[in-house]
Design a protein around this ligand. Structure first.
Ligand code: ZN
Length: 441
């Protein structure tokens, strides 16, 4: 067994103090200003002056599409994209085909993640059988499986039946699981194509009212309080949702919430182009919503950034608006979009960035080896970012199979220079290096 060592020289830890980091045996073996030469002998040196060292990013909301939709993405291509984006763990959403609603399917996804070796792949289990909303899936068996599922979601579809939602919240208490809700009242969004408002009226498209999201969140925080269980709200997109979550947190209700990078940057005005790359669920909202979401992420009302990376084959997106699939890719642009919207604007620093992209999502997903501080003895899951770099987003240059990036053509700040997963460089020189292999590296 080889155990390569790496010396990261002169990185800025979470954007603050400058230090060297020695990685050996999969862990952080030493941290400090100018580590002595005898301690670092034989280590591969990475010059990181001007770069920021952060804990590896953790995504609570990734669609890897495998099994069943390998034309859109595979665990291999999706996790390559994740590593390039600075992630060391992703949660794979359950709306694959077959749906991840049994111990067998979640174990399959978990095994595919280990075989790929780019990041930790944590399967999300479905709440209901086939995402159909009629019958609770075998949550306990998925929790007890090798995949150790702790996050359950019918994402893509709302668990709209309040009795089903109550039962799910009650059931996961036994193993401290969490229900991640896709908050969308189905009757209020029948045929909806974009945000409901002045732009939808202009364009003559069926609107998707904010209240369809807010009414489910209001109901669910009350259910979570009643049952005494944990609720996570996926992709919060409206100012009103933020107010409800703030109200719930003030009352001590165990709710956490997520915002996507695209909802932090883009608005419904883009839909005027009729370019289906901007079609997404929940829809892009108004400028006031974007500002409320940024403020909520900065003040902790929204806990985390989740990408909702949703790759689609070209034919599902390169068609007319009404028939196009909903969803956007996001793994390879998340860091840059959050830097652009939260750090360049002065709303957050890099320590806050580490909290919302790593520590907090690792806590919600219960990943003990992720989201850890950059300290001696901790697992070496680390990303090195050059915050001064700027780059032009080109979907054809990405590792994901999906070409549906809404940021295509934009110039964004921040480049992932290296990602270390369990002490092994999955990304070096801003390019894929090699996957982690247990017992080999
Ligand atoms: Zn969703």
């Amino acid at each position: 067994m080889t155990s390569a060592s790496y010396l990261i020289r002169s990185a800025s830890l979470l954007g603050a103090t400058t230090a060297d980091i020695l990685i050996r045996g999969g862990i952080i073996a030493a941290v400090g200003p100018e580590l002595p030469a005898d301690a670092t002998e034989g280590a591969t040196v990475i010059e990181a002056a001007g770069w920021v060292a952060l804990p590896g990013m953790v995504d609570l909301h990734t669609h890897l599409r495998e099994p069943g939709r390998e034309d859109a993405e595979t665990v291999e291509t999706g996790t390559r994209a994740a590593a390039l984006g600075g992630f060391t763990a992703v949660h794979a959403m359950a709306n694959s085909s077959p749906v991840a609603d049994t111990a067998g399917v979640v174990e399959q996804v978990h095994s595919l993640g280990i075989e790929s070796g780019w990041v930790d792949v944590r399967p999300v289990g479905a709440v209901t059988v086939g995402l159909a909303g009629k019958q609770l899936a075998e949550l306990g068996a998925m929790a007890d499986s090798r995949a150790r599922v702790r996050v359950f979601s019918d994402d893509g579809i709302c668990v709209s039946d309040p009795v089903m939602m109550r039962r799910a919240l009650e059931y996961v208490k036994a193993f401290d699981g969490v229900i991640a809700q896709h908050a969308q009242e189905p009757r209020l969004t029948e045929g909806a194509q974009m945000n409901e408002g002045a732009v939808s009226a202009d364009l003559g498209l069926t609107g998707w009212p904010a209240v369809a999201e807010e009414s489910i969140i209001a109901r669910d925080v009350l259910l979570a309080q009643h049952v005494g269980s944990r609720l996570h709200v996926c992709h919060v997109s409206t100012a009103g949702s933020v107010e409800i979550i703030r109200w719930a947190k003030e009352r001590g209700i165990a709710v956490t919430a997520e915002v996507t990078p695209h909802h932090l940057l883009l608005t419904e005005e883009l839909v005027r182009s009729y370019n289906p790359v901007y079609k997404v669920n929940p829809p892009l909202r108004a400028d006031a919503d974007v500002h409320a979401l940024r403020a909520a992420l900065a003040d902790g009302t929204i806990d985390i950034v989740g990408t909702d990376h949703a790759p689609h084959p070209s034919e599902a997106k390169e068609c007319e608006w009404a028939s196009a699939a909903m969803g956007m890719t996001g793994l390879e642009t998340a860091l840059s979009v959050v830097q652009e919207t939260m750090i360049e604007t002065g709303l957050m620093g890099w320590a806050d960035f580490a909290r919302v992209t790593s520590t907090a999502p690792a806590g919600i997903g219960q990943l003990p080896d992720q989201g850890r501080p950059l300290e001696v003895g901790e697992p070496a899951n680390i990303v090195l970012v050059d915050p001064a770099a700027r780059w032009n987003v080109d979907p054809h240059a990405m590792a994901t199979k999906g070409r549906n990036s809404p940021f295509a053509g934009l110039q964004l700040p921040g480049r992932v220079q290296a990602t270390f997963f369990r002490g092994h460089p999955t990304v070096l020189d801003a390019k894929l290096h090699s996957p982690y292999r247990a017992g080999v590296n």
